[in-house]
Write a protein of this length. Structure first.
Length: 435
């Protein structure tokens, strides 16, 4: 009702604060959980272990429940008079309830889970800008293609964060605030400050051809051989200065580095092979990038989603709002019917029309009255039952519960770093493929 009266989001309560919430908080049952919490708080119950916060939330919860009771009476009276009309008083009451509910949502979730502060959110956005700049730069330099971005190529998904860390040290120092105190840095890079400072010092010694080689190795993942670089790590630990040399040579050449001797203020110049420096940087930068994906998977996923699928570039396709009442699992009747799925107003993946595809995209078997079409919710293409027998949630597309996906998308979702698998390995074609 509120959406029909106030169709524009700007007219309703602002809920941009949800960007600070963890991913697992935003789901289709959130409103029900919030209302249950409001009823309990209004009745005098406390959140376990959070008595002080409960007392602070109680006045807002009581105001919310009290206003809803009065609004229900207004709706009953209006339904008896003229259900097709919404008086201004009723509209104002609905809008006020929306603002109350939004305020309670933010306060209640902030008590239950850890919510990012404005400073932390801005730091995360700075990192997202860094990754976006790295993506554009990598495309211009020919390291990645638009097709790799659209299909989330596994090699690119590993190599791009590594390039972003490298280019942050070289070209975008403000994005990670390496020279600031740890509290000023993003939580993603805070624990790697010393390691990144060492890498930046080594990069000042590197020639441009060596940096190009390092970029290629970081993207491909083939960087380190069996050569021990313990001596290089020890040298880098005591690095105090550098001597920039001419921009030419080979990887076997040596470069000069000035190091401080332990126990005294004197320094000396040592020669280190460029190949050893490249291997040192590869290990350090790869370790930082890989730990970002492991230790901060939620933040990293949000950043990559913002980079790979920006809102401005994401095409939306409208679908009818009607839903078939066909059961999710039913025996084949020989009559092709539409599968039951609550489609949202807009979906970010274009579905291939049924009439445009007469055979399974994977195994190539023709569709019949016994071999039905099934859309993959992740890629939108058509498959037979055997080639789309897996189910999984896809929260980035709005599917929080299990939905049907093809075998190839399932493999990439379960293990996104698996190399592409030929269609013949995904599903075997058989004329007896019957749902």
């Amino acid at each position: 009702m509120l959406v029909s009266i106030y169709p524009l989001e700007s007219e309703r309560a602002n809920r941009d604060f949800r960007a600070k919430f963890p991913d697992e908080v935003i789901h289709e049952n959130l409103a029900g959980q919030l209302w249950f919490g409001a009823e309990c708080l209004a009745a005098g119950s406390n959140i376990v272990g959070r008595e002080a916060e409960s007392e602070r939330l109680r006045p807002l919860a009581r105001a919310l429940t009290k206003h809803l009771d009065s609004m229900r009476e207004m709706l009953k009276d209006q339904a008896l008079k003229d259900p097709s009309q919404y008086p201004d008083k009723l509209k104002d009451s609905l809008l006020y309830f929306d603002h109350l509910f939004a305020n309670f949502e933010f306060d209640y979730v902030s008590v239950m889970v850890e919510v990012k502060s404005v400073k932390e959110y801005d730091s995360q956005q700075d990192v997202a800008v860094l990754f976006s700049e790295a993506t554009i730069k990598a495309q211009k330099m020919g390291y990645i293609t638009q097709e790799q971005i659209e299909y989330a190529d596994p090699v690119m998904m590993i190599g791009l964060p590594r390039l972003a860390v490298l280019w942050a040290l070289l070209y975008y120092p403000d994005s990670i605030k390496l020279d600031s105190s740890p509290d000023e840095m993003s939580v993603l890079f805070r624990h790697f400050q010393n390691s990144l400072i060492q890498c930046r010092s080594v990069l000042k010694v590197m020639k441009s051809f060596a940096i190009k080689e390092l970029e290629k190795r970081l993207l491909s993942g083939n960087g380190c051989g069996d050569t021990s670089i313990e001596g290089v790590e020890k040298t880098v630990m005591d690095l105090s200065g550098f001597e920039n040399q001419e921009d030419s040579g080979s990887l076997n050449d040596e470069c000069q580095m000035e190091v401080i001797l332990k126990g005294c203020s004197e320094s000396k110049v040592v020669n280190v092979r460029i190949e050893d420096l490249i291997q040192f940087l590869f290990k350090r930068i790869s370790a930082v990038s890989d730990q970002l994906q492991t230790n901060f998977s939620q933040e990293f996923r949000k950043i990559m989603k913002a980079v790979m699928r920006p809102v401005s570039d994401m095409r939306a396709y409208e679908f009818p709002g009607q839903v078939s009442h066909t059961e999710a699992v039913e025996e084949e009747t020989g009559v092709e019917v539409q599968e039951s799925m609550p489609l949202r107003a807009t979906v970010g993946v274009r579905w291939v029309p049924d009439n445009d595809c007469l055979q399974c995209t994977s195994c190539g078997n023709a569709f019949t009255v016994f071999r039905r079409r099934h859309h993959c919710r992740n890629c939108g293409r058509l498959f037979c039952n055997r080639c789309s027998s897996n189910e999984m949630p896809i929260p980035e597309l709005g599917y929080d519960s299990n939905v049907r996906v093809c075998n190839l998308c399932y493999l990439y979702k379960v293990n996104p770093f698996t190399p592409p698998i030929p269609n013949s390995d995904i599903a075997t074609s058989s004329p007896s493929d019957v749902n």
